[in-house]
Structure formats: structure tokens, C-alpha cells
Design a protein around this ligand. Structure first.
Ligand SMILES: NC(=O)c1ccc[n+]([C@@H]2O[C@H](COP(=O)([O-])OP(=O)(O)OC[C@H]3O[C@@H](n4cnc5c(N)ncnc54)[C@H](O)[C@@H]3O)[C@@H](O)[C@H]2O)c1
Ligand SMILES: N[C@H](C(=O)O)[C@H](O)COP(=O)(O)O
Length: 329
């Protein structure tokens, strides 16, 4: 059976809608798609790119390139100008994500693929939004982990979208343990790695230099890692973050756990945005997103690279297939 994926374009003023239009042109997808969003925005994106687009009822199946079933969540008013998010659209954008997530939880869809959102505009529109990862954790009532991945490198985060000055306080034994457990379990269940080798980065320079440059490695990290090793987890570290990503070292890890957003993600994104994706581990359904943002500077110009969205949809379908095949008959 082909999985049916819910596709949410994200910020209407950004590149998300045009990337969804490009995805709808791909022949022989191994999955069926239904977009959750605004029809006028998708049509406008197709027009800007001079690509065909035929919006179908949500439950229909695409018949030819350019077909896209749509569950419409209309924006109030016309689509925003390219590159100019309108906070008045915040509610509709969040509704798209929430409806798509609930449809996945209810089993109508086997996975969720999302385009980029503009966090500042959503907040300016009165929605206390931190990120889609956190939103999905709330909706599903599951503890989750944000992982970005590209061929040869997977990076999971203990803390996600919070100010740097709050990171050390947020690195609690419970947060670290939760992240390591969810990452370990997902490597086994979703990626089929029986004994995942998980590298854990120190928080401080040189992993604290035996306590001379910070004590979180000694007081928080080592006790948690010892306890989890006793349960059979293969954990390496705490490692100095500056050298953990050396190519030879990476060959020895299935995943790297970073303590905060910009400790891990710049390394991954420095390889280019084309093949990288953002996976939410721990949800009751697979969710994969693009690894890049709204790219407001190039929206509507037809030059945005759709590779990350294609990779996200392909991986989401693969994870969905995997879960469908594991479910008892
Ligand atoms: N998945 C997500 O929802 C997600 C991810 C990252 C950032 N964001 C949000 O996006 C907004 C803008 O963030 P930013 O400016 O830091 O990052 P960005 O990724 O939007 O842009 C950084 C640079 O990369 C380029 N770029 C991005 N995507 C591209 C693509 N598909 N093809 C070609 N070039 C591309 C942009 O033109 C820009 O020069 C912020 O609100 C941020 O929070 C969302
Ligand atoms: N941290 C992500 C990144 O840098 O790509 C991004 O902001 C999106 O995260 P959500 O999917 O949680 O919105």
C-alpha cells in the first residue's frame, strides 16, 4: 500500500508553496499527497513558476503531474506579496499544521511533510509559537526530539528553540535522558540500527576540560550516560564538539546528540541545504520537514531549490512504509 502523506506548505509569502507545486510535478512518487493550505496561494505559486497545477478534492488521487489534492484552509484575504509575511495569516497557517497533524494521529494519513514557517510572523500574529517540533509535541502529547539529517550525518538536539543564555539551565538530567532514549529508540525502530552508536557532545569548550571550563559534563552528563550505558545503550562522550565532526570520527557514529541548536545544525547545514531534512523523533506518525527556512529573499522567483522538500517527502514515505509493514495485521 502507498502511504498517503499530508503536506503543509508553511509560510505563504515564502518558498514553501512553490516547492509544493514542484513536488506535485514529480512523476512516480512512491506516495500519495494531500496538501493542507490555501488554494489561491498554491495557484499563485504555480503561475509564478509557469507550472501546471490542478487542485483536487482532498481525498482524490493525483492522475498526472501537476495534480494536487487539497484540504483547503483559506487565508483571510488574498495571498501575501512574495517575501512579505502577514501576521494576519498566523491563525490559518497554524490551523493547517494542526489539522494535518490531527489527521495523521487519526490515521487518515501515514505521515506529515512540512515546509518552512516564519516564527516571528506567527508570534506577531498572536500565536505563542516556538517551532513546529514543539507544536507537534503539544498536539500529540508525546515527548519528541528534533533531528536534522543528511547522508552520512544525523544530529539530534537536547534543547531546540530557546535563547542561548537559557541553554545551560535547560540541560537537566531529565532532558538529556529523554533525548538519548528517544534518539536511541528511533534509530532502532525507524532506521533499523540494532545497537545505535550515539555520540554525545559536551556543552562546554573541550567538553569542560576536566571541570576547568564548566562542570555540566561531570555533574549532569556523565551520570546520565553511565545510567543509560548500564541499560545497554552505546554512548560515546561527552566529546569536545569542535572535533567530534571530523570525517573519520563521524564514521563511528550513527547519530550525534548536540546540546543546543547552533552547536549541531550549522555543521549539518554547511554541507548545503539540498539533501538535509528535519525529522521529529518520538511522534506517533513520521514527520519530516525541509531543513531550510522561508527564503523570503527569493520567494516567487522560481529559483528555490526543491531538493530538501523532495528528500523530506521521500524519507517520510520510507518511514511510513516501515511503520505500516511493522503494524500487526
Ligand atoms: N523548517 C522550518 O520551518 C524552518 C527552518 C529554518 C528556518 N526557518 C525560519 O525561516 C525564517 C528565515 O530564516 P533564515 O533567513 O535564517 O533562513 P533561510 O533558510 O530562510 O535562508 C537562508 C539562506 O538560504 C537561502 N535558501 C533557503 N532555502 C532555499 C532554497 N530552498 N533554495 C535556495 N536557497 C534557499 C535563502 O535564500 C537565504 O539566502 C525564520 O523565521 C526561521 O525561523 C524555518
Ligand atoms: N530548527 C529548524 C532548522 O533550523 O531547520 C527549524 O527552525 C524548524 O524547526 P521546526 O520544524 O520545529 O519548526
Amino acid at each position: 500500500m502507498r502511504p498517503r502523506l499530508a503536506l503543509v506548505p508553511g509560510e505563504p509569502a515564502g518558498v514553501g508553496p512553490e516547492l509544493c507545486v514542484r513536488l506535485a510535478q514529480r512523476p512516480a512518487n512512491r506516495f500519495d499527497l494531500t496538501a493542507f493550505g490555501d488554494a489561491a496561494t498554491l495557484r499563485r505559486a504555480a503561475q509564478a513558476l509557469n507550472l501546471p497545477l490542478r487542485l483536487l478534492p482532498a481525498e482524490a488521487l493525483a492522475q498526472k503531474p501537476g495534480d494536487l489534492p487539497l484540504h483547503e484552509i483559506a487565508l483571510p484575504g488574498a495571498p501575501p506579496a512574495f517575501g512579505q509575511p502577514d501576521p494576519a495569516h498566523a491563525r490559518a497557517i497554524i490551523d493547517s499544521l494542526e489539522l494535518a497533524a490531527h489527521a495523521c494521529i487519526d490515521g487518515a494519513y501515514q505521515g506529515l511533510v512540512t515546509g518552512p514557517t516564519h516564527k516571528a510572523s506567527l508570534n506577531a500574529g498572536g500565536i505563542p509559537y516556538i517551532g513546529t517540533t514543539e507544536l507537534l509535541a503539544d498536539i500529540s502529547r508525546h515527548e519528541v526530539v528534533m533531528m536534522l539529517a543528511r547522508p552520512g550525518l544525523r544530529v539530534a538536539l537536547v534543547t531546540t528553540h530557546l535563547p542561548l543564555r537559557e541553554v545551560a539551565d535547560a540541560l537537566t538530567p531529565a532532558a538529556l535522558k529523554r533525548t538519548l532514549r528517544i534518539t536511541h529508540q528511533s534509530m532502532r525502530d525507524d532506521f533499523g540500527i540494532t545497537v545505535p552508536r550515539i555520540a554525545v557532545l559536551g556543552l562546554n569548550p573541550h567538553a569542560g576540560e576536566d571541570g576547568h571550563m564548566g562542570r555540566e559534563e561531570i555533574e549532569v552528563m556523565r551520570p546520565v550516560m553511565e545510567a543509560l550505558r548500564a541499560e545497554g545503550m552505546n554512548l560515546i562522550g561527552p566529546l569536545p564538539a569542535d572535533t567530534a565532526f571530523l570525517p573519520d570520527k563521524l564514521l563511528g557514529f550513527d547519530a550525534v546528540v548536540a546540546m543546543y541548536h547552533d552547536q549541531g545544525l550549522p555543521v549539518l547545514k554547511s554541507h548545503g541545504i539540498d539533501q538535509a531534512v528535519n525529522i521529529t523523533l518520538g511522534l506517533p506518525f513520521p514527520r519530516v520537514a525541509v531543513d531550510h527556512g522561508t527564503a523570503l529573499d527569493i520567494a516567487g522567483q522560481g529559483i528555490a531549490d526543491a531538493s530538501s522538500l523532495f528528500a523530506a517527502a521521500d524519507l517520510c514515505a520510507e518511514l511510513a512504509h516501515h511503520r505500516m509493514n511493522k503494524e500487526p495485521a
